[in-house]
Design a protein around this ligand. Sequence first.
Ligand code: IFM
Length: 455
Amino acid sequence: MPKNKEIALSRKLFPKEFVWGAATAAYQIEGAVNKDGRSPSIWDVFSHTPGKTFQGETGDIAADHYHRYKEDVKLMRELGLNGYRFSISWPRIIPEGKGAVNSKGLDFYDKLVDELLANGIEPFVTLYHWDLPQVLQEQGGWKERATSQIFVEYADVVTRRLGDRVKAWITLNEPWVSAVTGHITGEHAPGETDIIAGVRVGHHLMLAHGLALPVIRQNMTRKDAEVGITLSTTYVEPGDDSTEAKDLALLVDVISNRLFLDPIFKGHYPKELPENFLLPMLPLEPGDLEIISRPVDFLGINYYFRTLPLNVEDFTTYKIRQYQPPESQFTAMGWEVYPDGLYQILKRVHQEYFPGKLYITENGAAFEDVLEESSSGPVVHDAERQEYLSQHLQAALKAVQKEIPLAGYFAWTLYDNFEWAFGTDKRFGLVYLDYPTQRRIIKDSGRWYSRFLQG
Ligand code: IFM
């Protein structure tokens, strides 16, 4: 770790009210899948289907957060966080997807929010982070327009109960991933491989977001509350000097970044989409784009890596060959470490879309962590993750110094958890999770983040 970087990077250089947090998602951490009336989500069904996840792992127990939330909030406080981004499990709240509300489900999040506030930690709540109730999937899931309206009912129930205390509401996490990885490549739940399904899902998610906005606004009675959405982003550059790579880079940028940025902030799907591609499949109805482009208070940016497209391997499953710079470092996910991409994305989004306020709602890296014994107890020396965080915080600082309205940073993730199809094989946490004992061990990167936060 270069010392001068650590010295240059100081919390004091960021605005006083900057939110410093970590993020998680319900299915990745909660476990307790059969507890207190929760029904199965699409991820329960998918992960229990042989061959879908690493060694057939599931989120049945995960980090057992449902039972250990108090201990986890204590851990956040120990780290010095003043924000925590988590998601609500829809099948805990409305087990049948629509209709009857399960008060025990609401009670859990009620207690969690109170615990956070009592510890000086602002709750940032995502309403949908990929765990659709399975009963709704059986009726067509997000492919059906009706699901957008059902989401509004669910959002209404949750925000009515927690709206007096939650600082920020995030309607959806990474709708791109729900649509593409869940319905086109099939690597995520519900595991479909149909481009038409993917396009319908993407549009209905956008619609759900727009339809829910006024309802959430009405219910968020906390004075300084905000509502927005979190999108996945990647910084795209051509993989080489060929015309093919340059053209493909433009298209990949349109598909990966602008597909949802444009409708939300400009009220239309990207005009650069080839005429006969995706657009004819859109289940667009009059007035949809006005709903989708209703104003938000902030945009959440999830940034992990740069994309360097060379050529197309198979467009129907969105397989693109990429250049891998030999001098670059890659994480255990095979993602290039490219901190300047974070700055470039923030700058570009600010200049082209004017969201007014930005949060980095996820940023982090998986590396091969090794748990070691030391005289003071178990330790994880994850210097690569520490360096990753430090470099990305430098990029965030540069954005702040250039007057980009960045208001917070949430590391992905608080502790190791169920990394979707990769199960427990990929560890992104600031805190190591020893799954057999459920022991939480702060990694060196977590200690570093904590020292940074505590000045
Ligand atoms: O674990 C995921 C998270 O649920 C959504 N964003 C990317 C993370 C790392 O893959």
